[in-house]
Design a protein around this ligand. Structure first.
Ligand SMILES: NC(=O)c1ccc[n+]([C@@H]2O[C@H](COP(=O)([O-])OP(=O)(O)OC[C@H]3O[C@@H](n4cnc5c(N)ncnc54)[C@H](O)[C@@H]3O)[C@@H](O)[C@H]2O)c1
Length: 255
């Protein structure tokens, strides 16, 4: 099936690893021009190289999504070089553990800056470009954690609930300009983020098994499965969808 993404200019934040990497690679397979935007230069360049070595079109851009002027600089660069932005995937995100009794101001600020401010300000600058052309698609990567109160990670949960809220507000604000904004809510997916979190546990294997059995499908997600949902939402096929929140979590939020 042709998703109509050939030569579309696509920015994927946090594309240097995990879900973002799989998403960047899938867009490239569809023929898109992918901006691999990441804080991590080594991994970002690796993903750029891997896409190019398979004949895809990719450019790494070193970006911290928590800094507005860096976002502005990236959007200017992309528009100067490629003429526009067709798709933005707000994927970059970080994780922190801790109940409400353990929360620190430092963790709160760090998570909000990346997971919430990053999504809002990337949307602001990219939507300004899309508005001029009267079209564009934005896909935000929220989480199952934004839908329910997963134990022991209050700040991460609230940051992802905010991403869902941003998705709905921006869908309403930007619909008059032909811009669709939707979100995916992945369940626990085996990526470097989850690997790192598991490695801090006393018994990583036991925690992994608990994560698996906490969902009807009894397994973790694969980055490629989340990427497929993102690419589908970014295509014109679900052209009537905006403000939608798509769960892809092995059934975690269904029971
Ligand atoms: N893995 C999961 O189980 C899971 C589940 C639900 C939602 N998510 C969300 O999916 C997204 C991707 O998660 P992942 O598991 O692939 O993470 P990951 O840690 O494996 O990869 C995230 C990438 O984002 C980059 N990044 C981090 N901070 C950045 C910043 N300030 N500016 C630019 N880039 C930055 C990192 O360098 C890294 O390359 C996140 O928003 C995460 O919250 C993940």
């Amino acid at each position: 099936m042709d998703l109509g993404l050939r030569d579309k200019v696509v920015i994927v934040t946090g594309a240097g690893a995990g879900i973002g990497e799989a998403t960047a690679k899938l867009f490239a397979e569809e023929g898109s021009i992918v901006i691999v935007a990441d804080l991590d230069e080594k991994n970002g360049r690796r993903v750029e190289e891997e896409i190019r070595s398979k004949g895809g079109k990719a450019e790494f851009y070193n970006l911290d999504v928590s800094v507005e002027r860096e976002i502005e600089g990236m959007v200017k660069h992309v528009v100067r070089k490629y003429g526009t932005v067709d798709v933005l995937v707000n994927n970059a995100g970080i994780y922190a553990k801790g109940t409400v009794l353990e929360v620190t101001e430092e963790d709160f600020k760090r998570i909000i800056d990346v997971n919430v401010k990053g999504v809002l300000f990337c949307t602001k600058h990219v939507a300004a470009v899309m508005k001029e052309r009267g079209k564009g698609v934005i896909v935000n990567v929220a989480s199952e954690a934004g839908l329910v109160g997963i134990q022991g990670q209050v700040v991460y949960n609230l940051s992802k609930a905010a991403v869902i809220s941003i998705t709905k507000s921006c869908a309403v604000d930007l619909a008059p300009y032909g811009i669709r904004v939707n979100a995916v809510c992945p369940g626990t997916t085996y990526t470097p983020l989850v690997e790192k979190a598991l490695s801090r546990e006393k018994d990583p294997e036991a925690v992994r098994r608990k994560l698996e059995s906490s969902r009807p499908m009894n397994r973790l997600g694969r980055p490629e499965e989340i990427a497929a949902a993102i690419v589908f939402l970014a295509s014109d096929l679900p052209g009537y969808a905006t403000g939608a929140v798509f769960s892809i979590d092995g059934g975690y939020t269904a029971w």
